[in-house]
Design a protein around this ligand. Structure first.
Ligand SMILES: [Zn+2]
Ligand SMILES: [Zn+2]
Length: 446
């Protein structure tokens, strides 16, 4: 029985290996030559768009000008465009015969900070952030993302004979606050428009220019923030029996909740629980009527994410019950799931793109831990769109070598000095995504 089972398994493995190899190695040389010629022709206009976007960054949910430029360019490329989806979001659809529906996303928002790059096209923009005036900068490279999306649109339009199906391109607002993906989904992204079978995105970072990185499996950490308000009954500090004091209830919660990490979570898996704020009371002789704590949870697997979330809520309710207080109010503030790259898409893309990018294609298997940052593209994946999220290098290797010699790190995303080289970042993002589409990178049929 066991032997027969093994034979069947080996035969199946051989079969699937053959078909995977046949599927995974399309000859993209010709498609790449055609795309390169197209990008040579289009890049000057893409560069002008990039510089304009860089000079005029907008904060999350304020991307009116950016969305307008994106919408206009996507329409010009032949797409049917809908604006104001989930706030300032843009959705562009191009139907090109039978075949799968795929998503390509760019995020559009800048950050509330002053640019110090000294670039001739540095931003001098200002805006209002949480009620206060601030400088604004594209310090996360989302200007390169909006530009690559326009490049992807032009290439899909010009190369219609190289792919078939339906393209859904989206300009997403407010990635930085992890709100935008959820806002677009809540506004019917996958019901008012064709629901994608799979998706792509790319993010520029301080890797050497030319680098395209693929991370199989988890590529970023989940982050969830909650506000928990413990309700009591306020009163005089000398008469606690006439009150329900929320301070010891919240204090007990702060210490007890760490047992979710130390006693409930598998000790070998990543998970962090931080109480970052504790606000209650005003004077020593007043028992307040409420205490608020703010909790941030970090995890790298759906199981741990769920454990931290349910464990925190359970501990909060239990602390209130122990103090004879009403149920606490638990409010979700913001968050994003672990970004899970589809493993079959990552592997097929690795095989298809290695002949194109050579050693500049960097592949990390699922066993390598994800980065600590978070990314709300995971919302689309969790809504049923298996995806591949590329990392794109934007830094001049000479600049990186110089910084290394001086013992200084390269400016990361969100640094006021963050200045990726737009041309390799934009061209490589377009190339990785277009050749993945043309090359048949898609999730394995289940
Ligand atoms: Zn960012
Ligand atoms: Zn970003």
């Amino acid at each position: 029985m066991a032997a027969r089972h093994w034979l069947t398994g080996a035969a199946l493995l051989a079969l699937s290996f053959t078909s995977a190899t046949a599927m995974a190695a399309p000859d993209l040389t010709a498609a790449n030559a055609r795309l390169t010629a197209l990008l040579d022709k289009e890049y000057p206009s893409l560069d002008a768009i990039y510089r304009d976007l860089h000079m005029h960054p907008e904060l999350g949910m304020q991307e009116v000008r950016t969305a307008g430029i994106l919408a206009q360019n996507l329409r010009k490329a032949g797409f049917t465009v809908t604006e104001k989806v989930g706030g300032t979001g843009v959705v562009a659809v191009l139907k090109n015969g039978d075949g799968p529906t795929f998503l390509v996303r760019a995020d559009m928002d800048g950050l509330p900070m002053e640019e110090k790059t000294g670039l001739p096209y540095a931003s001098k923009a200002r805006a209002t952030y949480e009620g206060r005036a601030t400088a604004v900068m594209h310090a996360c490279g989302h200007d390169t993302h909006v530009t690559y999306l326009i490049g992807v649109a032009r290439a899909l339009s010009a190369m219609r004979d190289s792919w078939s199906g339906t393209a859904v391109l989206i300009g997403q607002p407010a990635e930085e606050s992890l709100e935008g993906a959820r806002a677009m989904l809540a506004d019917g992204l996958f019901t008012r428009f064709p629901k994608p079978d799979f998706g792509f995105a790319a993010h520029v970072g301080p890797l050497p220019a030319g680098t395209v990185s693929i991370k199989a499996g988890a590529s970023s950490s989940a982050s969830d923030s909650y506000s928990i308000t413990f309700h009591g009954r306020g009163g005089h500090g000398s008469m606690p029996s006439a009150t329900i004091d929320p301070i010891p209830i919240a204090a007990r919660f702060v210490t007890d909740v760490q047992t979710v990490i130390s006693r409930e979570k598998d000790a070998a898996t990543f998970g962090v629980l931080t109480v970052g704020a504790f606000n209650a009371g005003s004077a020593p002789n007043i028992i307040p009527d409420a205490a608020e704590v703010k909790v941030n949870l970090r995890s790298q697997s759906p199981a741990v994410r769920d454990l931290l979330k349910t464990g925190t809520a359970r501990m909060a309710k239990a602390a209130a019950a122990m103090g004879n207080a009403p149920e606490p109010t638990i409010r979700y503030l913001t968050g994003a799931a672990v970004m899970m790259n589809d493993e079959s898409m990552a592997e097929t893309a690795r095989q298809a793109l290695t002949p194109i990018f050579g050693k500049q294609l960097v592949f990390a298997p699922a066993s390598v831990p994800p980065m600590s940052g978070s990314e709300d593209f995971s919302e689309y994946v969790d809504a049923g769109v298996p995806s591949l999220f590329f990392g794109i290098g934007g830094y001049d290797s000479a600049v990186l070598a110089d910084l290394k010699a001086k013992g200084e790190p390269a400016p990361t995303n969100h640094s006021p000095f963050f200045a990726p080289m737009p041309e390799p970042a934009i061209r490589n993002a377009v190339t990785a995504i277009i050749l993945s589409i043309v090359g048949g990178v898609r999730p394995e049929a289940k």
